[in-house]
Write a protein that binds this ligand. Structure first.
Ligand code: DQA
Length: 144
């Protein structure tokens, strides 16, 4: 059973982009730690990143067949995308929202999330450890 870990725009630059906010670890590091945690629950995971809203929506649709849960960091689309919110509403399994930074400590435009209206849980401000925590929670939701 597979978990999709979806990442939105600019997260391909994780490790290089504003490291004072997002840290020096890369999406590759996220992938290896999530893989390890998923395996302890007998789960698999697929980490994907796109800078394009439509691609993220296509992957959410694909997840309806290919995944039993979604962990998503929609990045800036968090705050703008009704379309990603609608796509997630067409997915039946658990959805966990992750933000590397504490969005509530930042600009007001980052305080609202469309995705939080669908997410079963939200993690913000734990750095990339948030992904691992979300994977653990996914394990207890699906295998607990
Ligand atoms: C982010 C927070 C968003 O506000 C921002 O646009 C991002 C990353 C985070 O992980 O902290 O690109 O989702």
């Amino acid at each position: 059973r597979n978990i999709y870990i979806l990442n939105g725009p600019n997260l391909n630059l994780l490790g290089q982009r504003q490291p004072e906010i997002y840290g020096y670890d890369t999406l590759g590091d996220v992938q290896s730690s999530c893989h390890e945690i998923a395996a302890t629950f007998g789960l698999d995971c697929t980490l994907l990143q796109s800078n394009h809203e439509g691609q993220l929506i296509d992957w959410i649709h694909e997840a309806r067949e290919a995944a039993v849960g979604i962990i998503i960091n929609p990045a800036a689309y968090t705050h703008t995308s009704v379309a990603i919110f609608d796509a997630l509403n067409a997915f039946e399994g658990p959805v966990l929202e992750v933000h590397i930074s504490n969005v509530h400590k930042r600009e007001a435009f980052r305080h609202h999330s469309y995705v939080s209206l669908r997410a079963d849980g939200v993690i913000a401000g734990f750095g990339i450890e948030g992904y691992g925590l979300a994977m653990r929670r996914m394990g207890s939701l699906l295998c607990g």
